[in-house]
Design a protein around this ligand. Structure first.
Ligand code: HEC
Ligand code: HEC
Length: 225
């Protein structure tokens, strides 16, 4: 484990430290890079074979092996076609295609995150909860306009406020949750623009969203760190 961290540091990878974060930024990177098209974090309980091994199973298989980090970074970058099938009987896909949208640095970050997935149950639950909310947000169309964080490319004015900026703005307001639920369900009005530094004049109502989902999303956004 020490060696793995060292390799990650040498590569200049940001090693997520401290239990509070529970690997959440890397979870978001994995979502953006499409890893969850085929993988899940936790092994699904059911009869059908999954497309690909869950990250928890990968961690369990490789955690104690010394050269796992280098080996898996290569697998992630180049894919697994024409090489050994390490999960042949457990999954329904024959190989992982090369992940051409992933840089070497990101592959290191993702692999390190997979290998160090929390064994501790409360951290695991925290991660699973964040994953569920990312999925709900994606299904509800929020990422069409919202990013999780302000884009590092500051030449571009974002369409809508980043969710972490929303959390920062309202963190000391006692009725923030109610307010956000109202904005999410009914949208905001151009006449009383709330966020001056975004490209769109207002948020349209999210008509397909039920009240419970809106409440879950508002609570999740407000708790983002
Ligand atoms: C199109 C489906 C697909 C996508 C997208 C995908 N994978 Fe995979 N992945 C697989 C399959 C299938 C395997 C099992 C390969 C095998 O049997 O050796 C696998 C295996 C792995 C392994 C274990 C390799 C081994 O030899 O045991 C890691 C680590 C991994 N994937 C990480 C990632 C990451 C990180 C991403 C996103 C950047 C990603 N995968 C995207 C399908 C996918
Ligand atoms: C079509 C683009 C678009 C979509 C889709 C969208 N939003 Fe927004 N959202 C905006 C814009 C633009 C603002 C800023 C409005 C303003 O300045 O008045 C905003 C503001 C917000 C705010 C802050 C509201 C406030 O009162 O300060 C929250 C919270 C939010 N959106 C959550 C969501 C969630 C959750 C979803 C998905 C269910 C979503 N948005 C979908 C464009 C969008």
């Amino acid at each position: 484990m020490k060696k793995m961290l060292l390799v990650a540091l040498v590569l200049g990878v940001v090693v997520v430290s401290g239990p509070a974060l529970a690997g959440i930024p890397v979870l978001e990177l994995a979502t953006e890079r499409g890893c969850f098209t085929c993988h899940t974090i936790h092994q699904a309980k059911g009869d059908t074979k999954p497309l690909a091994p869950s990250y928890q199973e990968i961690a369990e298989r490789y955690r104690t092996s010394n050269d796992a980090f280098q080996y898996l970074v290569k697998r992630v970058l180049h894919g697994t076609l024409y090489t050994e099938q390490n999960w042949a009987n457990d999954i329904s896909m024959r190989f992982m295609p090369p992940n051409v949208n992933v840089t070497r640095l990101e592959a290191g970050e993702l692999t390190n995150w997979i290998l160090n997935l929390p064994v501790n149950e409360s951290l695991r639950n925290q991660l699973a909860e964040h994953e569920a909310m990312l999925i709900l947000s994606a299904r509800s169309g929020c990422p069409t306009c919202h990013l999780m964080d302000t884009s590092p490319d500051s030449r571009l004015m974002p369409l809508a406020p980043a969710f972490r900026d929303v959390a920062r703005r309202y963190k000391n307001e006692s009725d923030a949750r109610k307010r956000l639920v109202r904005s999410i369900i009914y949208g905001t009005r151009a006449a009383s623009k709330i966020w001056p530094d975004v490209n769109m004049q207002f948020m349209p109502p999210n008509v397909a969203l039920d009240l419970e989902s809106a409440e879950q999303l508002a609570q999740w956004i407000l708790k983002l760190k």
